[in-house]
Design a protein around this ligand. Structure first.
Ligand code: PEP
Ligand code: MN
Length: 346
């Protein structure tokens, strides 16, 4: 739908728009009102170039799309969603909890094994552990490829599927070889479209799932879904969307909590939503309630930082990891709230 700057378009302006639309096999139908007219685009209006060209005309205020611009991930897409199973649970049917260290400390592997066992006993469905860390400061701990072995060993010991973040091609390759179950693309790389495409191609047909965090700089909900579409459109439909807070932060929290966008994501896409309350609020004290809020908003799961001894942690753990004891209390409540949320949607 084309909204003009002024009330109505002139005949010449309509002709110019019709010519552009024809290149995309679309036609224009004016819907005339007294004060103002709008102009419907008839045909497939999902082409970004079509919208950009029309929006570039100085007499056009904006173009509102009725059809969504993502083809694979749209809620009513013809592409069928492969069932995504994590920890034996089907995403969307049962609430899943991913928990574990922000970063794996290669100098102390036992700490990670201890946490892995403890989060399993607390009821977590999958284990997170950062191998390579994207750090704001170049002087902070950057992670270590050796941690990948520790992650895989923890999987063998506990039977929990594992999640880790990848930032570049070589890391994706190593993780695909090691059959890491879920690859995380973090907030900093959520706008790295080449990496998103590569990851979609490299994991296509492997059964590996991708958890895409929302960038701290993302605004519109569609911007987030379109980033995920890069992965799905290049061969891997198994994508989870992960709101994790954006900037500017809310005074007192690490970021601006955004678990409420779960409802909007769910209205537009079939992709499961797994919220990260840890990076959103950034303080262990606030994490449990943020996680409950995510469940209330209808998330399919949460990913949380948890550490058996947070003070000994590297990365974000000392400030935002919850202990397995807190996790054990929280998980049944999360599942209960998720069930209530489902009932409310009916
Ligand atoms: C993390 O999961 O530890 C992390 C760095 O996340 P984000 O990309 O959301 O900051
Ligand atoms: Mn972290």
């Amino acid at each position: 739908m084309i909204i003009p700057q002024l009330g109505h378009l002139t005949e010449e302006q309509i002709t110019e728009i019709r010519t552009i639309a024809a290149e995309f096999n679309c036609t224009i139908r004016p819907i005339e009102g007294n004060e103002m007219s709008v102009y419907a685009i008839i045909g497939d209006e999902t082409s970004q170039l079509l919208v950009t060209r029309i929006e570039g005309l100085d007499y056009v205020k904006r173009v509102d799309r009725i059809q969504v611009p993502y083809k694979v991930l749209a809620k009513n897409s013809l592409h069928t969603q492969a069932k995504m199973i994590l920890g034996g649970k089907e995403l969307g049917k049962e609430f899943v909890v991913i928990a574990g260290h922000c970063a794996i400390d290669t100098k102390n592997p036992n700490l990670f094994y201890e946490t892995a066992q403890a989060v399993k006993e607390a009821g977590a469905d999958a284990l997170r552990g950062g191998v390579w860390k994207p750090r704001t400061s170049p002087y902070a701990y950057q992670g270590d490829a050796k941690a990948l072995e520790i992650l895989i060993e923890a999987r063998a010991r506990t039977g929990l599927q594992v999640v880790t973040e990848v930032m570049e091609y070589d890391e994706v390759k190593l993780c695909v070889e090691a059959k890491v179950d879920v690859l995380q693309i973090g907030a900093r790389n959520a706008l790295n479209y080449r990496l998103l495409t590569q990851i979609g191609q490299m994991t296509a047909g492997t059964g590996i799932q991708v958890l895409l965090k929302r960038s701290i700089h993302m605004g519109p909900v569609d911007e987030f879904i379109l980033a995920a579409e890069y992965i799905a459109g290049s061969g891997n439909n198994n994508v989870m969307l992960c709101p994790r807070g954006t900037l500017p932060s809310m005074d007192g929290y690490r970021n601006h909590p955004d678990e409420s966008i779960t409802q909007l994501l769910k209205a537009r896409t079939w992709a499961p939503v797994v919220v990260d309350p840890s990076h959103s609020v950034g303080k262990s004290l606030y994490v449990p309630k943020a996680a409950l809020a995510a469940a209330a908003y209808g998330a399919d799961g949460v990913i949380m930082e948890s550490h058996c001894r947070p003070v000994q942690g590297t990365g974000d753990d000392p400030k935002q990891a919850i202990t397995p004891a807190v996790l054990a209390k929280l998980i049944p409540e999360l599942r209960a709230v998720a069930e209530i949320s489902k009932r409310i949607s009916l």
